[in-house]
Design a protein around this ligand. Structure first.
Ligand code: PLP
Length: 387
């Protein structure tokens, strides 16, 4: 069978050998419920608390600032709802951006139903938001600012330290969705000074369905999920011990090798970008400089829908996407590209190729050889249908 090439690492990543090996004993040997007081329970509890320390250390946080969740979506939901509920008395204005993941945007929409007012900042053509722009949107009743660290569709890395400083100048709580950033760019919550940060294990070679919320401020005292009282009584439900252990192993490995992995994939990414931009009518989306090391995203003139390209790439054994895993089969333009000012027609042609350190130069060469041919062929077919 022909080898497949996986280049959709912004959607999900394969679990690393180390993370898998760390997880396996927790399915059978140490399967106990961490709330139980006998030895099986205590072994599981110890694994949880060791993992909390490891996850915290990887982002410069204390273990008691880490809350385990079911992934990035839940961490984002919890952060927004919690600050909203806590700060309700001070005002109901929240600032975010038009390029956030739907885990943030849809949650904010729900909060509008409960009387919150939302300002979504519009980024520049590269997907950047400045501190001055943010300060211009702050009001007396602003209680929360939520801005992502790196964008999933266009790979732009935002200036979180400066944005957070602007928020704190006005005593406003700052949350960042760092789901795409963790282990891909160095993160230290202390030097960034963020109050809350969301992360998700399956984006850094950990398992799916597990993530964490960092919070250095008290979360709302009423439980986010009611039940048996896990996670300091705030998020009930028996913990996903194996998943959490896998997440800890993956984040530890990812941060330990961050420099070498990112140096390696940046070279592959740049080779891919350089070659793809030789295709007539191909454009890079997102920030050409401040972007994730493994992220390459494009639009193409005369392609109509990116699903055509993605299907043709798939037939050639190459797994890439349009920009967001949640809307992979959609013919809609990604909301991120619309927010950047791309017109619908070209935004619908978005292609995202996101790499990991498991990708090889040979694979990039194969993509570089296939993609221009596929685009040419597709344009030819479209022209034949719509002369
Ligand atoms: N935030 C961003 C920026 C993402 O890219 C994703 C997933 O694609 C999420 C949040 C949601 O994370 P999860 O899949 O763990 O729920």
């Amino acid at each position: 069978m022909r080898e497949r090439i996986y280049v959709d690492n912004a959607a999900s990543t394969p679990v690393s050998e180390k993370a898998l090996a760390a997880m396996l004993p927790y399915f059978r040997e140490y399967f106990g419920n961490p709330s139980a007081i006998y030895s099986y329970g205590q072994e599981a509890k110890k694994a949880l608390e060791d993992s909390r320390r490891v996850v915290g250390k990887a982002i410069g946080a204390l273990n008691n600032e880490i809350y385990f969740t079911s992934g990035g979506t839940e961490s984002d939901n919890w952060a927004l709802h919690s600050v909203g509920a806590l700060k309700n008395k001070n005002g109901k204005h929240i600032i975010s951006t038009a390029i956030e993941h739907n885990a943030v945007l849809r949650t904010l929409e729900k909060m509008v139903d409960r009387g919150y007012e939302i300002t979504l900042l519009k980024p520049d053509g590269n997907g950047q938001i400045t501190a001055e722009q943010l300060e211009g949107a702050i009001r007396n009743d602003t209680v929360l600012i939520s801005i992502m660290m790196a964008n999933n569709v266009i790979g732009t890395v935002l200036p979180i330290k400066a944005l957070c400083a602007a928020a704190h100048k006005h005593n406003i709580i700052f949350h960042t969705d760092a789901v795409q950033a963790v282990t891909h760019i160095p993160i230290n919550v202390r030097s960034l000074s963020v109050d809350l940060l969301s992360l998700s294990a399956h984006k850094f070679h950990g398992p799916k369905g597990v993530g964490a919320l960092f919070s250095k401020i008290p979360l709302m005292p009423t439980p986010y999920i009611t039940g048996g009282g896990q996670e300091k009584g705030l998020r009930s439900g028996t913990e996903n011990v194996a998943g959490i252990v896998g997440m800890a192993a993956a984040i530890e490995e990812g941060t330990e090798h961050l420099t070498s992995h990112t140096q390696y994939i940046r070279v592959l990414r740049d080779k891919l970008i350089e070659n793809t931009l030789k295709i007539p009518g191909a454009y890079l989306t997102g920030d050409p400089i401040n972007r994730l090391p493994g992220h390459a995203s494009f639009v193409f003139e005369g392609i109509k829908y990116s699903v055509y390209v993605i299907n043709m790439l798939n037939e050639a054994g190459i797994c890439a996407s349009s920009g967001s895993a949640c809307s992979a089969s959609s013919t809609e333009a990604p909301h991120v590209l619309s927010a950047l000012g791309y017109d619908k027609e070209i935004a619908r042609s978005a292609l995202r190729i996101s790499l990991s350190h498991y990708n090889t130069e040979k694979e990039i060469d194969r993509i570089n050889e296939k993609l221009p041919r596929l685009i040419r062929e597709l344009r030819h077919r479209i022209e034949k249908i719509n002369p």
